[in-house]
Design a protein around this ligand. Structure first.
Ligand SMILES: CC(C)(COP(=O)(O)OP(=O)(O)OC[C@H]1O[C@@H](n2cnc3c(N)ncnc32)[C@H](O)[C@@H]1OP(=O)(O)O)[C@@H](O)C(=O)NCCC(=O)NCCS
Length: 191
């Protein structure tokens, strides 16, 4: 099955100073499993896959591939990004104008490569894709408040903290945790 992907509208690979970004393919299953299998990574992710086969089933889903970008450094996959285009909320009469104008973003970096600003560099490029190549009007991302590495990354790339929710998000540990929501508008990014 082919899923139309917003990523098709971008000239790949996209190179930054130190990295190369490109849409994920089925051939990236094992490379991404190397870091997504780690508890230090999966503790913050929506789903913690337990086996390579579970990871493969998730990764090879056409909907997943359609929104996933891999981050390469010197030809090695060191992380992945999510770019999911969404409709904005709108009143019924203007709903058609709010379709496909917003992106939810996500990121995962191999812990072997954290601490060098690679996520910052990759997410800056991701935001540029959203605003320049795809013409979106807003990007946003959510995380647990305890995931300080993630919200600090959002602050480094200029995203604004819009919400801090209180014990609204259930972690698989059984704990109800605080959440953080960040966003950035195209006009803010241009400034
Ligand atoms: C969130 C995540 C991607 C952040 O990774 P990260 O390595 O902290 O982020 P960066 O790659 O931008 O690196 C920033 C760090 O490198 C340092 N750094 C070094 N050179 C740098 C440079 N050129 N530019 C920016 N930062 C640089 C920064 O000071 C910072 O270090 P600090 O945290 O000690 O202050 C990573 O922790 C991760 O994958 N976590 C697990 C998955 C996850 O939580 N995903 C999000 C779910 S909501």
């Amino acid at each position: 099955m082919t899923v139309a992907s917003p990523l098709e509208g971008v000239a790949w690979p996209l190179r930054t100073d130190r990295l190369s970004l490109r849409p994920a393919t089925k051939a990236d299953v094992e490379a991404t499993w190397r870091f997504r299998r780690l508890e230090s990574v999966s503790q913050w992710l929506t789903r913690a896959v337990r086996t390579l086969e579970e990871h493969r089933a998730q990764f090879e889903d056409p909907d997943w591939l359609a929104k996933t970008i891999v981050i390469e450094r010197d030809g090695e996959v060191i992380g992945d990004l999510m770019l999911a285009v969404k409709d904005a909320w709108a009143q019924a009469e203007v709903a058609s104008q709010a379709q496909g104008v917003h992106a939810d973003l996500g990121w995962v970096l191999d812990p072997a490569h954290t601490g060098h600003g690679y996520a910052t560099e990759a997410v800056q490029a991701l935001i540029r894709i959203c605003f320049e190549d795809l013409g979106l009007r807003r990007v946003s991302a959510d995380c647990f408040a305890d995931n300080e590495a993630s919200w600090r990354l959002m602050e480094r790339v200029g995203m604004r903290r819009e919400v801090h929710t209180v014990r609204d998000s259930l972690h698989r540990s059984g704990a109800w945790l605080d959440g953080m929501g960040y966003a950035l508008l195209a006009e803010e990014w241009r400034r």
